[in-house]
Design a protein around this ligand. Structure first.
Ligand code: TYC
Length: 101
């Protein structure tokens, strides 16, 4: 038997794929007051007044605006939480999620 040690000793590092990120989208509607949308963005997404107003007005004008990106779980939890605040107040405010390309 050969005495030559042929065992490879360098570690093969398995490539761990990064979790796909998901966008939280704010959808415009005709009923939710602007100040209410801003309040929800500040509360759930920790935005300052200026940023929240910017995101709200973009959704208002374009129909939709990307709020933030998170891992899937966090994106879905925050979208649900934000949507539920609107629902509790009787508004059709809607946040959705979708995977990033
Ligand atoms: N369009 C609403 C209004 O004019 C305000 C609004 C903005 C509602 C963005 C939802 O995602 C939204 N009162």
């Amino acid at each position: 038997m050969s005495d030559i040690d042929t065992k490879r000793r360098t570690k093969v590092k398995p490539k761990t794929e990064r979790p796909r990120l998901h966008k939280v989208l704010l959808i415009n509607d005709d009923f939710t007051p602007r100040e209410f949308v801003v309040m929800v963005l500040k509360a759930v997404f920790k935005m300052n007044e200026e940023r929240a107003a910017q995101v709200m007005i973009t959704a208002h004008q374009q129909g939709v605006c990307v709020v933030a990106v998170f891992t899937r779980d966090i994106a879905e939890t925050k979208a649900t939480e934000a949507t539920d605040i609107g629902k509790s107040a009787g508004f059709p405010l809607l946040f959705t999620t979708e995977p990033e390309e």
